[in-house]
Design a protein around this ligand. Structure first.
Ligand SMILES: Cc1cc2nc3c(=O)[nH]c(=O)nc-3n(C[C@H](O)[C@H](O)[C@H](O)COP(=O)(O)OP(=O)(O)OC[C@H]3O[C@@H](n4cnc5c(N)ncnc54)[C@H](O)[C@@H]3O)c2cc1C
Length: 503
């Protein structure tokens, strides 16, 4: 499908639906919503500017916008916080950008059945400010906690830093309302009941609409899980002389079976080197500290106190040295801004330049982490040798944990990229490197992405290979639900679902 121009009569219709104050055609409103933090060559930014931005205030308005888009065959791209790292909210084919930020209300706090019903434009920080007064929280806790929104969390099927204890977005969203690509409004969840957590009625449709990156509709309301506000929080950081010991210790900690354990994270040598190089390093240590494992526990005081003792014992008995309360608690408390600041970086010659970081993430089993780490660093080193604008900012691995501590790990390699210098040759080399990084994940029995999604140039090429027969089903689902390919076209190679159609 080619993008139909958004004409004046279409703008008039949008104004009729959303009101004159909530439809924007001026350049800055559109340009401000054209990008996400993942790097893209500066000289090509204009390729992805939407034709018009709307900020609806109700599900019905969104439904009408989508119906209009179908009538005129205009692409529609939902956008929440715009913090996604896989281009999901980037309007690849221009069209109508639906910004859900004005839909940010808490609709109901139900303390009896432990749910909160919200609109998609609220973020976890704001939500929890309200919930805390009631002794409960919504425990979805990404590093982007203050700036990503519930709609985007569902759109990406996000990863929570305390997911080992409470689960991740897919576990914490009980049900939601979604405008389908043809404009119908439906609720999906576990069964029909909006507050039901387990059902055997029919297909588990909630999961179909988790992580669809805006290709299957627009979420307009969600019912979320509430848990008691943790009485006690305990963080313990351990240092190690080498990766092998740190990796083994990570496995022992994550498999401890401690119910209060919310997260176990392994930072490798490159990550520590980078943190030391930057002025904003959070983990100052002597040079013989080569790796760090960070752990955190949440729960009641009665649970956490004895659990913490055991955690410290396991960490030290498996080769770790406890880094002390100040570093452990201070660094854990700053977990939300570890990545929020590095919009600058230091080149290897010490020069400070504006840099964007990019991370490639994957789900990998614990036993395969060392091999994957070696091969990923080799790929980035080869890239860095050719172009000095790329820099290896290290890797971390984060236990998935959710209800099975032996589970897989989110592992991520962070690459600093001097975006202004990203010419076509460097961009092509980066896209190839991304594809190579994804290929390693698949070769070791992993999945290309644990939380960001895999719809950027490079890794997206390998999605069919990873999913096998599932990819054919995915295309059929897309075509049935979105017959005219108006929802976020160009993402996930899903245009292939329409091959053979008349243009
Ligand atoms: C500093 C930083 C730290 C991060 N840390 C984490 C982390 O710890 N864990 C993690 O999982 N991610 C992390 N991310 C990535 C990002 O925050 C997540 O992917 C997040 O879920 C995106 O939410 P958003 O509101 O910004 O969504 P957006 O980027 O606006 O959108 C993401 C996708 O969802 C779609 N979408 C948006 N709204 C809707 C809607 N209402 N209905 C349907 N689809 C919709 C969009 O089209 C897009 O495809 C981080 C990013 C940054 C910049």
């Amino acid at each position: 499908m080619t993008a139909t121009l958004v004409t004046d009569p279409v703008i008039d219709e949008l104004v009729g639906i959303c009101g004159p104050d909530n439809v924007f055609t001026d350049r800055s409103s559109r340009v401000n919503r054209a990008r996400v933090p993942a790097p893209f060559p500066v000289h090509r930014w204009a390729e992805h500017v939407p034709d018009v931005v709307v900020l609806p205030t109700s599900a019905e308005q969104i439904s009408e916008v989508v119906k209009l888009a179908n009538r005129h065959r205009i692409p529609v791209v939902p956008r929440a916080g715009g913090t996604g790292l896989t281009d999901g909210a980037v309007p690849l084919r221009h069209g109508i950008l639906v910004d859900v930020k004005l839909m940010n209300k808490i609709l109901e706090i139900d303390l009896d059945d432990r749910t909160v019903t919200v609109q998609p434009g609220i973020n976890m920080l704001k939500l929890n400010e309200e919930l805390r007064q009631h002794g409960v929280i919504y425990p979805d806790d990404p590093a982007s906690y203050p700036c990503s929104l519930v709609g985007g969390r569902i759109g990406t099927s996000g990863w929570s830093l305390i997911g080992g204890r409470y689960g991740h977005t897919r576990d914490l969203v009980i049900s939601f309302q979604i405008v389908l690509p043809t404009g119908e409004l439906i609720w999906v969840g576990d069964g029909g009941g909006r507050k039901v957590r387990k059902s055997s009625t029919g297909y588990q449709l909630k999961h179909l609409f988790m992580g669809h990156q805006g290709t299957l509709g627009i979420v307009t309301e969600a019912v979320l899980e509430l848990v008691p506000r943790p009485e006690a929080e305990f963080a313990a950081f351990f240092s190690y002389p080498d990766y092998e010991t740190a990796w083994r210790s990570t496995g022992a900690l994550a498999k401890s079976g401690l119910a209060t354990l919310a997260g176990v994270v392994l930072f490798d040598e490159w990550k520590l080197d980078y943190l030391r190089r930057d002025d904003e390093a959070y983990i100052p240590q002597p040079d013989d500290v080569r790796c760090v494992v960070a752990t955190a526990m949440y729960g009641t005081t009665d649970e956490v106190r004895p659990g913490a003792k055991r955690l410290l014992r396991i960490g030290t008995q498996t080769g770790g040295a406890y880094l002390g309360d100040e570093i452990s608690q201070g660094d854990w408390a700053s977990r939300h801004d570890r990545y929020a600041t590095p919009l600058h970086g230091r080149l290897r010659d010490g020069q400070v330049v504006p840099m964007s970081w990019h991370c490639e993430d994957a789900s990998i089993n614990w036993s395969k982490l060392p091999q994957v780490r070696r091969e990923w660093h080799d790929i980035v080193a080869r890239l860095g040798d050719r172009f000095r604008i790329f820099d290896d900012w290290g890797m971390f691995a984060y236990t998935n944990g959710a209800f099975k501590p032996w589970g897989d790990y989110l592992t991520e390699i962070d690459v600093g990229i001097w975006e202004q210098e990203l010419d076509d040759a460097a961009w092509d080399a980066w896209v190839t490197a991304k594809r190579d990084i994804a290929a390693v994940a698949i070769a070791y029995g992993g999945s290309i992405s644990a939380c960001h999604g895999a719809c950027r140039a490079g890794e997206v090429d390998l999605v069919p290979e990873e999913l096998g027969g599932g990819w054919e089903v995915m295309k059929k689902v897309k075509r049935v639900l979105d017959p005219l390919n108006i929802m976020n076209p160009g993402k996930y190679l899903l245009d292939q679902a329409y091959e053979g159609d008349e243009p």
